[in-house]
Design a protein around this ligand. Sequence first.
Ligand SMILES: NC(=O)c1ccc[n+]([C@@H]2O[C@H](COP(=O)([O-])OP(=O)(O)OC[C@H]3O[C@@H](n4cnc5c(N)ncnc54)[C@H](OP(=O)(O)O)[C@@H]3O)[C@@H](O)[C@H]2O)c1
Length: 260
Amino acid sequence: MKIGIIGAGLIGKTLAQKLSDKGHQILIANSRGPHTIEFENDKGIKAVELVETAKNVDAVIVTIPFGKVVDLPQDLFSELDRNVPVIETMNYFPARDGIIEKIENGKAHSVWVQEQLGRPVIKAFNNIVAHSFAKFGQLAGTPGRIALTIAGDDESQKNIAKKLIDETGFDSYDTGSIAESWRQQPGSPVYCTDLTTEEMKNALARADKKTIILTRDLEAEKVAELGEEYMNIIVSGNYPGNFSDPVINLFRSINGLPLR
Ligand SMILES: NC(=O)c1ccc[n+]([C@@H]2O[C@H](COP(=O)([O-])OP(=O)(O)OC[C@H]3O[C@@H](n4cnc5c(N)ncnc54)[C@H](OP(=O)(O)O)[C@@H]3O)[C@@H](O)[C@H]2O)c1
């Protein structure tokens, strides 16, 4: 497949690397231009201008900071066939993205994203930390394989996204429609807790719309307490050899899940 990736940060670059390794042709862009994007191994990956990511491609993945969605050109997807999935990986954090009242009042992140982009989206790749996503992919059928949640309203587009999830090394776990996708947002028991398919069902059922924002904010507070050295590792994506992201057990413990 030819896949456009918008955003060349931790998640965008890892997606580009993993999917090009599987033989896909990747067009990737950021906000500053192709000359600012570098890969150690760029076989199958081309850095392009933003508009090129949404022309003549079989799928687009939008993976930029949530609040930056409003900066994307209004007509970005105007030439893209309606059947082509636009997959979005984004999580809203008020401290980074600014307060968006509609979301604070309960609108699902992806519903808001759809409204900004002017077309339906598939939500995927949002419920795993960058370290686990980069390091813990396994072949299908491997015991303990981590599951990534996926939501969307178009089954054929969802199936394309599920195949891509599998190719990155993870099971996919269908959480239903975009309206229901709040269940996989920050503050949910399935958010960044590295659960398997077997563990997902119970955890997802415990997602609670009344408390999810409080839990999200508690998690953000506890992550800040992990300190500057931790944050530097996380933002750089340069993980020490023995690195294990403490967030997984932190979020498990906050959500009453067994520790890993
Ligand atoms: N990091 C994680 O653990 C993780 C896990 C799951 C989901 N997510 C979510 O996935 C999204 C991406 O996360 P990330 O960690 O990969 O972010 P990141 O490392 O901060 O990278 C963000 C990328 O988005 C690009 N960008 C920003 N504004 C843009 C615009 N208007 N047009 C085109 N590109 C633009 C940036 O390019 P410039 O530098 O050129 O602006 C940069 O390449 C976020 O919404 C995040 O919440 C993150």
